[in-house]
Design a protein around this ligand. Sequence first.
Ligand code: FMN
Length: 178
Amino acid sequence: MQRTLLLYSTVDGHTKRIIERIRDRLEAQDHYVQLAELERCQLDVSQFDKVVIGASIRYGNYRPALFEFIRNNLVPLQQRPCAFFSVNLVARKPGKNTPQTNAYVAKFLQQSPWQPALLGVFAGKLNYPQYAWRDRLVIRFIMWLTKGPTAADTVREYTDWGKVELFADQVAGLGSSQ
Ligand SMILES: Cc1cc2nc3c(=O)[nH]c(=O)nc-3n(C[C@H](O)[C@H](O)[C@H](O)COP(=O)(O)O)c2cc1C
């Protein structure tokens, strides 16, 4: 049975929801899956056949812990089939919603010594009421600049869940030809 480690780095929980959907899809295909928050992960990467890492963007950046984890586990990550996905709001835009066209996937590949075989990008969630006032102000301004919703009570999920499930199926197939 394939053992897959799913790790997520989130601030508001949306990346966790996405990776839980991936977990459900893999479990439905009889994969053994363990899910953990990257920042608290005590698991040994080398005990798994595959690793998937998902991380969200905040003010243009991933959290430093993402790259720290990659550096600390570089050899086992490089030795097995792996995937990475980015969660951000730029990906709500057609033309910026594929690993080839999303600037934050490119940024990840520039910053990471680990270059996973499979890449994904998913549009995240906009939730003004949940944000601190300063974040709300900044994000509303960015949304105004990029022609997104600016009403202060907007809660909108842009994630294409079909695309998430397709990605999960690609994870299931990772390394199967090796
Ligand atoms: C304070 C803040 C800053 C953000 N900065 C960016 C950004 O620079 N670019 C972007 O595309 N999305 C940005 N987002 C959108 C998040 O990536 C999106 O809400 C995502 O769903 C968050 O995932 P998480 O809940 O797993 O952290 C930002 C969101 C917040 C709240």
